[in-house]
Design a protein around this ligand. Sequence first.
Ligand code: NAD
Length: 257
Amino acid sequence: LANDNPASRAYVSTKSKVAKECGFITFDSTLRNFSKEELVKEIEKYNRDPKVDGILLQLPLPQGFAANEFIDRINAEKDVDGLHPYNQGLLMRGEGLLRPCTPLGVMRLIDLALMKEEVSELSRISRANLAGKVVAVIGRSILVGKPVAQLLLEQGATVLQLHSKSPRIEALCSGADIVVAAAGSPGLVKASWVKDGAVVIDVGINRTDKGKLTGDVAYEEVSKKCSAITPVPGGVGPMTVAMLMSNTLLAYKNNAM
Ligand code: NAD
């Protein structure tokens, strides 16, 4: 944890708690008033430590620190966030072990919505057949939008990658069988953006003036129209943490081989 952001502190605390529930040992580091060299040293300490299988650098970093510069220093085999360029490159090739957690969580939720299966087995491999399905992904960040699109393509989906410079977003979105909203814009997706019976996955986490968490989807009106929708909080967030644990277990098994 390398920033003073209360939301980041809360995320790290949840991840540590769930890791302990999974039986993992956590080594929490909180850095304050540090230099770039000190942050690199901290990452390299964990890179070298054979007891450590997963390293998570909580983003965002303080002003003046370019996240990629530090993500690149994490050993790719311990990159449980799946953000290292080596792991992102493998993802582009349809390969790789450690894939980004939020996109994996989105795929898992789409599986659950389409296959109506129980959550009994936490599968890492998406099983829903998305051939012939049109999916609108709103957002194109390296953390969510782009890797989600990549995972959807692997399952045969036809992906509309929409973003702040896209024309006719409402019209394009309203033709989609599945909508994944990851724009960071509260209530952006209205009922008129969603076709009857669509599956809606809300990745957005926004804080209102009153401090309440809200997603990118106008939940009340959209939930009346769609066949499945994820709430905020309580949808993609917890599934992201579950996928982080799954990645950590995989990294452990891989590093033990
Ligand atoms: P980002 O700011 O890096 O990217 C946002 C993307 O949305 C950009 O590509 C931009 O072009 C697009 N966009 C913004 N406003 C738009 C609009 N009005 N219309 C169309 N496109 C628009 O954000 P990010 O890191 O990708 O995160 C997106 C959201 O998801 C944020 O609210 C973030 O807090 C949330 N998030 C949630 C989780 C989770 O675990 N639930 C994880 C990561 C991010």
